[in-house]
Design a protein around this ligand. Structure first.
Ligand SMILES: Cc1cc2nc3c(=O)[nH]c(=O)nc-3n(C[C@H](O)[C@H](O)[C@H](O)COP(=O)(O)O)c2cc1C
Length: 398
């Protein structure tokens, strides 16, 4: 069973349209200024293929840890692999130590493993911020600057554009995004992406698009990309109108809906076509996703284990009974998956609004776990320095 991107398209009721100029990422011109946000456990080669078949843009890998990459950990090498037809190979790196991040960028550039590198300064998970990484890192201006410098210096050797992705700061009392954006610009990054939440907000509440507009105004000389709560093409249009960003970064909205990139392409092309897949099309896509994951992991069990988390997103809003839903969430093989999908009422049309909207992580604000004394100064103290050089050893894989 195969799925092609040119499946039925219906006119959308709203007809929101937007024409934005191509996005310049260093030497690359991106005709459709849309970026698939890096998402650990989601944006592997399999999912990127499904998404990019619907539209143009930049499709970023899951984050890979600089240390693990430098050590050529097999899982990390898998994470940064691309299909031969990925025109703009994009990799996201995570790191806390300037030397290691520099070495990871050098490896990618010297071995021609990507055309674009993004650095992660937005991760809010305790395992990462507790070590001073991700969203905790920009607070330490000297460390942040050293990482940007090391990365841009190495990337420049191969003329590979480097971007950063960050949150607003640690919390509303410790905002860093304007300052970090300026530091990044001054050291030659090609673009800056902002997720309009603080680390402490985690995924709760609404993304603050005003902060994105503010960053856009503060950095008139490089592209600014807006991220947070784009669930539809209409949201993308609204974000561009409200913030003036040069491109949009879409995360959770496309989980279980790779055709969102078709809607975004249509909106950016100025047409009001939108994808409204019936249940048969969703079932086909789930099966194809599972096949692609099996290829990616070179292991059917791993592929099927991985597809399970996508089930609730794919079938959101579709009339699928509880028993089948729970069987799908535990599916062991492609054959069993085929049997379960065949039991669905494949004549069911698109359910409309119920299939759209928020999906994936949400939850409530959380106190951000930080190294002791992290907030008391903007520079690293001796104990933080010692911790940083050891920190990457503990975050493995991706
Ligand atoms: C499951 C999951 C994994 C994520 N992994 C990463 C990651 O590896 N690197 C990163 O910079 N952001 C990561 N994020 C954050 C997203 O890239 C994005 O910034 C965030 O979800 C907000 O955008 P959205 O509202 O469009 O989802 C992740 C988010 C989710 C939900």
């Amino acid at each position: 069973m195969t799925v092609t991107a040119d499946s039925p398209v219906s006119p959308a009721p709203s007809g929101a349209k937007l024409e934005l100029p191509p996005l310049q990422l260093g030497k690359h011109t991106v005709q459709t200024p849309v970026i698939l946000a890096p998402m650990a456990g989601i944006t592997n080669k399999a999912f990127r293929r499904l998404c990019r078949e619907y539209g143009g843009g930049v499709y970023v890998t899951e984050m890979v840890t600089s240390r693990a990459l430098v050590e050529r950990n097999p899982e990390s090498m898998r994470i940064i692999s691309h299909d031969p037809d990925e025109e703009l190979r994009s990799v996201q790196l995570y790191g806390v130590d300037p030397k290691t991040v520099g070495a990871a960028v050098r490896l990618i550039v010297e071995e021609d493993r990507a055309d674009h590198i993004d650095l992660n300064f937005g991760c809010p998970v305790p395992k990462v911020t507790r070590k001073g990484g991700g969203a905790a890192l920009p607070w330490k201006t000297d460390l942040f600057t050293a990482i940007i410098k090391a990365a841009t210096t190495e990337a420049a050797r191969g003329d590979v554009p480097l971007t950063i992705k960050m949150r607003k700061g640690i919390n509303e009392d410790h905002l860093t995004y304007i300052e970090s954006g300026k530091i990044a610009r001054d050291h030659g990054v090609a673009a800056v992406a902002l997720h309009g939440r603080t680390a402490s907000q985690y995924y709760s509440g609404k993304a603050d698009w005003d902060s994105i507009a503010k960053l856009r105004e503060s950095l008139p000389d490089i592209p600014v990309l807006g991220n947070g709560d784009i669930w539809s093409a209409e949201d993308a249009v609204a974000m561009v109108q409200q913030t003036g960003v040069d491109g949009i970064v879409v995360g959770r909205g496309c989980m279980g809906r790779p055709w969102l990139f078709g809607d975004l392409q249509a909106a950016f092309d100025g047409t009001d076509k939108r994808y409204t897949p019936g249940l048969a099309k969703v079932a086909e896509t789930v099966y194809r996703h599972a096949e692609l994951l099996t290829e990616y992991f070179e292991d059917e069990f791993k592929g099927l284990r991985d597809i399970r988390k996508h089930m609730a997103w794919y079938f959101k809003g579709y009339p699928v009974g509880g028993d089948i839903r729970s069987a799908l969430a535990q599916v062991p093989t492609l054959e069993v998956l085929r049997g379960l999908l065949d039991q669905l009422d494949l004549d069911m049309p698109y359910p409309g609004k119920d299939a759209e909207g928020q999906r994936g992580r949400a939850g409530s604000p959380k106190k951000t776990h930080l190294p002791d004394g992290w907030l008391s100064t903007r520079d690293l103290n001796e104990s933080h320095k010692a911790m940083i050089s050891a920190a990457e050893l503990d975050v493995s894989g991706g």
